[in-house]
Design a protein around this ligand. Sequence first.
Ligand code: ACO
Length: 406
Amino acid sequence: TVDIRSLNKDLGCFTYDPGFIATAACKSKITYIDGDNGILLYRGYPIEQLAENCEFTEVAYLLMNGELPDATQLRDFNEEISDRAIIHEALRKFFDGFHYDAHPMAMLVGVVGSLSAFYHSDLNIKDPASRIICATRLIGKMPTIAAASYRHSIGRPFVYPRMDLSYCENFLNMMFSRSSQNYIDQEHYIDPNLVKALNLLFILHADHEQNASTSTVRMAGSTGANPYACVAAGIAALWGPAHGGANEAVLNMLAQIGSVENVPKYIAKAKDHDDPFRLMGFGHRVYKNFDPRATIIRKTCYEVLSRTNTSDPLFELALALEEYALKDEYFIEKKLYPNVDFYSGIIYKALHIPVEMFTVMFAIARTAGWISHWLEMMEEPTTPISRPRQLYVGPPRRDYVAINNR
Ligand code: ACO
């Protein structure tokens, strides 16, 4: 027998739970999900109410601080976020080193990680005030870095952030301004309806308790690592198609399906376990009912498309796909419903955000959640290093064999 106890508090046994299906790794006061009933609360507030009434930075403040800000607190917070939106000129030059066709998520991982090399002098993770500076800096700079990665990919000059614009307006200006002159002129006026839709998507993506990327940020943070580097690790985890990369994968999938007549063929492929095809934007580890965010986004798709006087055949196709899947025994039995990413791409497309930027959009919003979880973890009197156990299934002890005898 082997004594696997390593600490006095060990019970001498451990659970084998690949994917952490039934294992809580922390306590948190930030986000509550009831997956069976399709309920999502940020700090106790229903997502539907926040999405209807808030601006994104208000929700970021709520996630970070636990309470909604009053008018003065929100004004001060917005000012601080705007103040921190500018990035160091040397950091901006990092983009020159990336190949023009690099994926924007690849640039985001690298550049956000490099913040740790630029903003270290005032960083002391033991000091609450310093931690807040780090959090607002990340929330402030993320849209600037994201827009810069897009501008680099299309060979356009960078646009500097503007303090007089809201968080979402500023991002859209940095993305789409025709010049580098740092202003929205009459001609390129940003439609407030589109700003509203972007604000809503950012709120819906802001946090979702212990998803893979947030758990990654917490895990990296549990070692006392630099928080900018921890968030870069979160961005890397978000990129995968099973997580945040699904929004990009959904649009690619809809383009591949092509038309409503092909829906049954692709549903059959998704059900076939020998076929790697999965219905992207369907299914969720926690929601075994409608993802409340998907319901809000579907409704917003109608509004955005009607306000912009456009129709999108991909939206029609997505609706047909959902309708078909929800009547299918396989999807009913496995409780597979559309998740947040199923419809978000349709709105991003209406905002003229290119498909490769979809997961970057998710990352901008989720930064508020990542850093709130990091702040919460750092407030704990002691944070144990995150260190799962494993079930060893390799060979038993054996002796080294010299190379000529193998
Ligand atoms: N299409 C077809 N079948 C599916 C799908 C899907 N999208 N999702 C799950 N299934 C099936 C699985 O094949 C599995 O079948 P089995 O029991 O016969 O083996 C069963 O449903 C359970 O699926 P798991 O992968 O075990 O469920 P898990 O909770 O581990 O995964 C996940 C959840 C990763 C989201 C999965 O549903 C998936 O891959 N969905 C598509 C990708 C996606 O949309 N990701 C975004 C998630 S939301 C977010 O991160 C923002």
